[in-house]
Design a protein around this ligand. Structure first.
Ligand SMILES: NC(=O)c1ccc[n+]([C@@H]2O[C@H](COP(=O)([O-])OP(=O)(O)OC[C@H]3O[C@@H](n4cnc5c(N)ncnc54)[C@H](OP(=O)(O)O)[C@@H]3O)[C@@H](O)[C@H]2O)c1
Length: 263
């Protein structure tokens, strides 16, 4: 799909990766609608990109419904908003668990449900779901986040199969750790040297590539991280033991502590 002139709804546009995606798609000539909860940040990005603004708390069902009713005719959905939802499960209140499930999983499912029908009727559209490599491999402190990100992978693959031949594509993006902006960067945790990172621009380019070439799944990470992810998918117990020996629990618990205010 050509992005030029297409209408795009981007959630999580106020976040580090979302803002970069907004600039990337705006430079391709998209007619952008950017969504998030922070009006001041949305207004700043709108001034820079010419986007329209749609304030919505995706954990609030009536706000989600209104967002969808107002944007039923969009060509491209990018479901990017998410909470880090990191840390041991017992550290979360029931309300915090519900919020993570609502924002990270229920909202993308409902958005795809509402928007795929009109896209199908027009014979064209693209649904892009931002997952994570934590949607392929789970580590200590990722049980809730990985629940949502693994689920997006299955949801996206199944929906893609349902929509084959309709002109509507579904893409799932799997970034690893992202430097310079976004939820991991804001935690200010230093990773061990063997864990490579990607830039927000790498993720934005992957989103653009997925839309233009209808890619089903795209990993965004250095080769070593992608190889370790593949090895973990093939031999989860063995690789789990290896990453534990390398001290992964130390930095994952530090990240969870620093992200606790986002629950
Ligand atoms: N950063 C990484 O290293 C990394 C790695 C892999 C995958 N990802 C994924 O990439 C995507 C973007 O992450 P990021 O790093 O840019 O995160 P971020 O900077 O923390 O931004 C999160 C975005 O989600 C929005 N959001 C959170 N709760 C919301 C709610 N209740 N209603 C509406 N919007 C809500 C925030 O909007 P407001 O602030 O306006 O409320 C913000 O725009 C996420 O899906 C994340 O899981 C990130």
């Amino acid at each position: 799909m050509q992005i030029q002139g297409k209408s795009v709804l981007l959630t999580g546009a106020t976040g580090g990766i979302g803002e970069t995606i907004a600039h990337e798609l705006s430079s391709c000539g998209a007619e952008l609608t950017i969504s998030g909860r922070r009006a001041d940040v949305l207004e700043r990005i709108a001034e820079q990109t010419g986007a329209s603004v749609a304030l919505a708390d995706l954990a609030d069902r009536s706000q989600l419904e209104r967002l969808l009713a107002d944007h039923s005719g969009i060509d491209i959905l990018i479901a990017n908003a998410a909470l880090p939802a990191s840390g041991p499960l017992e550290d979360f209140s029931v309300e915090q668990i519900d919020r993570a499930l609502d924002v990270n999983l229920r909202a993308p499912v409902m958005m795809a449900r509402e928007l795929a029908g009109p896209m199908k009727a027009r014979g064209s559209g693209q649904i892009v779901l931002i997952s994570s490599l934590a949607g392929k491999v789970a580590t200590a402190g990722s049980s809730l986040y990985s629940t949502t990100k693994f689920a997006l992978r299955g949801f996206g693959a199944g929906l893609r199969a349902d929509l084959i031949g309709s002109g509507v594509g579904v893409s799932v993006i799997f970034p690893g750790f992202v430097r310079d902006a976004g939820m991991f960067h804001e935690s200010e945790v230093e990773l061990p040297g063997y864990v490579g990172t990607s830039s927000p621009e790498d993720v934005a380019r992957a989103v653009r590539n997925a839309i233009e070439n209808d890619r089903g799944e795209v990993d965004v990470a250095p080769l070593t991280v992608r190889a370790a992810t593949k090895a973990s998918e093939l031999a989860p117990s063995l690789m789990g033991a290896v990453v534990r020996r390398l001290g992964s629990a130390d930095f994952t618990s530090e990240i969870a502590e620093r992200q606790a205010d986002k629950r």
